[in-house]
Structure formats: C-alpha cells, structure tokens
Ligand binder design. Structure first.
Ligand SMILES: [Zn+2]
Length: 324
C-alpha cells in the first residue's frame, strides 16, 4: 500500500477543501464523546494556525492537543529536511505558555552532534515531549539505535518525556524493537498504527512485548487509503483494539495551515472519531465502514490512554477538568 511505505502523513494538508462537510454543526453525540479528549499528534504552521486549531478544540470540548515540532518539508511539502524546525518548536512552546491546551513536542534531528543539547534547550523552554522523524524513509540517515539517537531516548526517558516516533516499521522494525527493548520506560506513540495496519498479528506481538508502546490511529495525508483499509478488513483490527484497548491514541495528524479552516479541522477530527465509534461513516464524499467500538472503549482511547502515555506531560498546573 502506498501509504505504508510512502511519505509521512505529515507531508501536506489532508483535509483542505472540506468546508462543505465541515460547515455542518457537529452532532451532539459526537460533541459528548470528544469532551475531555486529547489529540495525540497534530502539526501547525504559524501562530494563527495554532490558535485556529485550539479554537476548534475549545469548541468541541477537546482538552489537550499534542502539537509536534515540524520542519518546512512537513509543513509546506518542500524545502530542506529539518529546515525551520527551531522556528516551529519556538512557536509551539510560546503557544503553550498562552494556552494550557497545547502540549508542545520539540522535534530534533538525531543525527546532528548537537541533538542532545537542542533537546535540553527545548525542555528548558517548556517542551513536554519529543518528536522524531528519523524512522521516516525520507528522513532516515542512520540506524534508529545509533549512539546519538540512543542518548536522546535516554534523556526523554530520564525526564519522563513521551515520544511521537514516526517509524516505517516495514523497513526499520528490527531497529525500532531494539530501541523499545533498551528503553523500557520511554513512552512511545508510533503513529499511523505504526504503519502496520495490515499486520495486526505483528502489532499484537509488539503490544504484548512492549508495554511502553502506544499506537495512534491517524493516517495524515493518506486519510482515504487508511479509512479504506480499515473499512475493508475491520474484523482483525477491531479484535486487536478490544484486546489492547489501553494502547491506542486518537489523532488526525493534521498539518494546519492557512488552507485548513475550522470546519476542515472539525470534519477531520469527526471522521477519526467516526472511524472508531460508528458502524458506517462518510468523509469528503466517500463512505466507509467504521470499527463500531463500544463507547466506553472510544472514551478510553480519547481520554484515558493519552493521560497514561503523556504521564506528567498531561499535568500542568493550568490543566483543569474539561468543560471549563
Ligand atoms: Zn505527523
């Protein structure tokens, strides 16, 4: 499947031009399921884009949004890899100072000699998690368990920082496993079902072997391919989620830029909720079968699991119960 080995979902805005669907008011039941939720993985380009993402979260009762540091390639689809990363990291930690809904994850290039110092720099300025792109084929330069990268995982582990780690596990699965084995206290979200949606047996082995591993359900740019795969073979995935209901996280992996308005953000978040909760759903004019999970499991994925994955990163003095 193209999305299994292709570009990250982070390459471009996946839901631009969805105003028609998004302009509908969210259904009350959807609103209720989202109340107190955490999105585990989104991107935003500018301060205005962060603000629009948060305004949408407030409107839906979403309590927290993990926004991960992003380079120009991720945000604009072009430019040098890791270009502009510090600018985006700075924007996110500043936004978190203004609004406790933002959980800023700093991204660093783990192959740079100064990577560890950069991560410490961002932790000192308020980063509450780490984002790594190095398991993405486009960004891959050295083994995921190379010494410099291992020092980053160790720092995150020691400071209790959670990690969003995009890994093309079809290519780098063995290296990824060595990281998980050697950093048992590192809490890892491997997005996009760890790019193994068609291998639930493999995911089950990993979830059983590595209690520090979580999987987010986003597909980013490849949203329709992902929904189609879920739709076509939902039985095995549904069984996996029910068996390990405490290990899945909800997010859309949006790249919020000026082309994506509030209606588009609502439409995307609703679609991922519907993929979990509904028997059938529609997104951008296409119909899919959903996983039809019990509401208690959906709430676990939206509300409880991100708290366990984030740990102290979820607990800021400003964080109040939802609905305030
Ligand atoms: Zn992403």
């Amino acid at each position: 499947m193209a999305w299994l080995i292709g570009l990250c979902g982070c390459a471009a805005s996946p839901v631009a031009g969805t105003a028609a669907e998004g302009s509908r008011r969210p259904a009350p039941s959807t609103m209720a399921l989202l109340r107190g939720a955490t999105s585990a993985h989104e991107h935003a380009r500018s301060a205005a884009d962060v603000e629009r993402l948060l305004a949408t979260a407030r409107r839906l009762g979403i309590e927290r949004v993990v926004i991960v540091g992003s380079d120009r390639r991720t945000l604009e689809g072009q430019g040098e890899l890791y270009g502009g990363l510090d600018h985006n990291n700075a924007l996110l930690v500043a936004a978190a100072g203004q609004d406790p809904r933002v959980i800023p994850f700093a991204a660093v290039d783990p192959t740079r000699p100064a990577a560890l110092a950069r991560l410490e720099h961002w932790i000192d300025r308020g980063a509450r998690g780490l984002k790594l792109y190095s398991g993405h084929a486009l960004f891959y330069r050295e083994p995921l368990d190379a010494p410099r990268a291992m020092a980053l995982y160790r720092l995150a582990e020691d400071r209790g920082l959670p990690l969003v780690f995009h890994v093309n596990t079809a290519r780098y699965g063995a290296e990824f496993e060595r990281v998980l084995q050697q950093h048992r206290d590192l809490r890892v979200n491997c997005p996009h079902f760890c790019l193994q949606l068609t291998r639930p047996d493999r995911l089950r082995r990993w979830l059983e072997r590595y209690p520090n591993l979580w999987l987010d359900v986003s597909f980013g740019f490849y949203v329709h391919q992902g929904f189609r795969l879920v739709s076509e073979d939902r039985g095995a995935l549904r069984r996996l989620i029910l068996r390990h209901a405490d290990r899945f996280l909800w997010s859309a992996d949006l790249v919020v830029d000026e082309t994506l308005d509030q209606a588009g953000i609502v439409a995307a978040w609703r679609a991922y909720l519907a993929m979990l909760a509904a028997r059938e759903f529609e997104h951008e004019g296409r119909r899919y079968h959903g996983l039809d999970l019990p509401p208690a499991v959906v709430r676990q994925i939206l509300v409880d699991n991100p708290r366990a994955w984030l740990g102290d990163a979820a607990k800021t003095k400003q964080n109040q119960p939802a609905g305030r």
